[in-house]
Design a protein around this ligand. Sequence first.
Ligand code: GDP
Length: 218
Amino acid sequence: MLEKMDTDCDFSAAELEAGRLLFAGGSEFVMGAARLDQLPEPLRCEVAFAGRSNVGKSSLLNALSERKALARTSNTPGRTRELNYFKTGPDLHIVDMPGYGYARAGKKLVSAWQNLIKAYLKGRANLRRVFVLVDSRHGVKPNDLEIMELLDEAGVIYQIVLTKADKPSLEMLETVVEKTKQQILKRPAAHRKLHLTSSVKETGIRELRAEIAGLIAR
Ligand code: GDP
């Protein structure tokens, strides 16, 4: 049923196969960067994943790379405020961006981390796309809009990935999909197509891999 939802994301068999191959060799943690001068040389393409804490980002990264504990690294203390780099295939870095929306984080910490993200988004020429993860039960929240604004300003193309699609009823899901499509329609750097995923049911994972593989080929 979920697969039938109209998110405009259709991929050919060849594109799906390219996605499978890209992730078939697994992904490997490279490093965490808390400052711009710690970023690796921009020799590989990058795609980054952003989202509110608890949106299901680690689960999605693990599902993409078929590794149970890959992105656990990003959630270990000390790494949650860093840009965590994972090597996938010969040409790609996946960047796990710090989760946002920690009510408990102090102002100083929040601004240090916003500055890092802002500087990263503005200055990274090899960054091909940012996937903004949104919980499909809740839709776009105010702090999702904040990151979307940063991305619009920086001119970095971003694409919404609705997570935990196994949770809401099909009716609720359709409402959220339609509403989200409307919300991104006029945003300058937003990609029109949404991805709908469930890490638990492995829905939409093959399509997301195909999307990423297509970004490297360009
Ligand atoms: P992160 O903080 O964004 O990295 O989120 P996690 O990946 O740690 O997930 C947060 C919670 O949501 C955990 O309890 C996960 O088991 C749950 N979760 C993540 N993805 C899914 C999903 O696709 N479906 C369901 N039902 N639960 C999920």
